[in-house]
Design a protein around this ligand. Structure first.
Ligand SMILES: [Ca+2]
Ligand SMILES: [Ca+2]
Length: 386
């Protein structure tokens, strides 16, 4: 009985600790990876490493994936693709001798990671355990500086930002996409200056990018085929990473020049979340879709969720795959959650479906700003538009 109580106490403390960390923002700085609550509270270090390229948290798998340069050995700078606990430094190397890895993105249903390499200007993929490594974008003369990667789990496309060294222009950058096997490569956005981080809102069919431009950086946005493109936020210092929570329609970005992490919605496009940081760069979100039966947070209930429940049925309680109802275990209730909702997809609430622009939102929202203000304790809302 005593042992049972101890076990129960440990289980409950784990559950409470997990609940407190969701949702969270993770970001990289020159000294390591940090995290904070989605409102910026509780900033804490996760791991100390230098030369971090990209980060990508996976809530359901309970790991943070990252790339960094582990050994400097000219002329090659061998890096690693690694993962660590979401809460502490329990680093595990997954792929070794990667020449200067940069961005990383995850296919959270098939559990595949994709990363770009700065030295070879290529993109590779591997399974979450580091197996089955292969290149899906070979070096080509017209692609360099692949600084951003984002995966669309509904259309199953990998987006990447790049610069075309063959274009003699001040705007040689673009965004392209392809399948995870490297096929059907196409450019969707061009005419960018130096695109960095990317994020996909698969619920609304939008791609966001950070572009420092010439010292007056922007967060740009377009539909997934490149249409309806605009500078969504402008007048930033040096925006680097961008991340989107498609289930709340909240966009986050880092600004290395101002040391800030900021957030925006359709209505309040630029609000400080975390300030006084040292050159924040890559950013990722720890979020869940809230859709019943969606074990892996991709916003749909399908065979991947069913397989997770089957494969992890009865596993030890705690964070990990297959927990469809988020109560810390994998049992018959999780199986029923998947079965009852099989084939369903997350749909954005009606008020979030239309995405008004900051300027057109101004008039409509002049009266609502005071309403919003109390919800954002630290903000002084600033509308920025070119
Ligand atoms: Ca799912
Ligand atoms: Ca469960």
């Amino acid at each position: 009985m005593y042992r049972l109580l101890i076990g129960l106490a440990i289980f409950m403390s784990v559950t409470v600790a997990r609940a407190a960390t969701l949702p969270s923002i993770y970001w990289s700085e020159p000294s390591g990876v940090f995290r904070a609550g989605i409102d910026g509270a509780g900033v804490a270090p996760v791991l100390e490493r230098t030369d971090i390229g990209g980060i990508a948290p996976d809530r359901a798998f309970d790991r943070l994936f990252l790339t960094y340069v582990a050994l400097t050995k000219p002329p090659m700078t061998p890096g690693v693709v690694a993962s660590t606990s979401l809460d502490a430094d329990t680093l595990e190397w997954l792929v070794f001798y990667v020449p200067t890895p940069k961005a990383i993105a995850l296919d959270k249903s098939a559990r595949v990671m994709a990363w770009s390499e700065s030295e070879t200007h290529s993109i590779s993929v591997a399974d979450y355990d580091g197996g089955n490594v292969h290149k899906i974008l070979e070096p080509t003369p017209w692609i360099a500086d692949i600084n951003g990667l984002a995966f669309d789990p509904w259309e199953r496309k990998l987006y990447f930002s790049f610069v075309n060294p063959l274009i003699d222009s001040l705007r040689p950058g673009g965004i392209a996409r392809m399948n995870l096997d490297g096929s059907e490569q196409e450019t969707v956005v061009d005419g960018l200056v130096a695109p960095q981080g990317l994020a996909v809102d698969h619920v609304r069919g939008l791609v966001y990018w950070a572009d420092p431009e010439f010292g007056a950086g922007i967060i740009g946005r377009a539909s997934l085929d490149g249409g309806d493109r605009k500078d969504w936020v402008s007048g930033l210092g040096s925006p680097q990473g961008v991340a989107v929570d498609p289930y709340t329609n909240q966009i986050y970005w880092t600004d290395a020049a101002t040391g800030k992490i900021q957030t925006g919605t359709s209505f309040v496009p630029q609000v400080d979340v975390v300030t006084d940081r040292d050159q924040p760069n890559a950013v990722g979100l720890l979020i869940q879709s809230g859709l019943e039966g969606d074990t892996n947070d991709d916003g749909q209930v399908d065979v991947y969720d069913l397989n997770d429940v089957r494969n992890y049925f009865g596993r030890d309680p705690g964070p990990g795959p297959g927990d469809a109802d988020l109560d810390g275990d994998v049992d018959i209730h999780d199986l029923n959650a998947v079965r009852n909702n099989y084939g369903s997809r997350f749909t954005a609430p009606a008020e979030l479906n239309s995405v008004p622009e900051p300027s057109s939102a101004l008039l409509a929202l002049a009266g609502m700003l005071s309403l919003c203000a109390f919800a954002w304790k630290r903000k002084s809302p600033t509308l920025v538009r070119r």
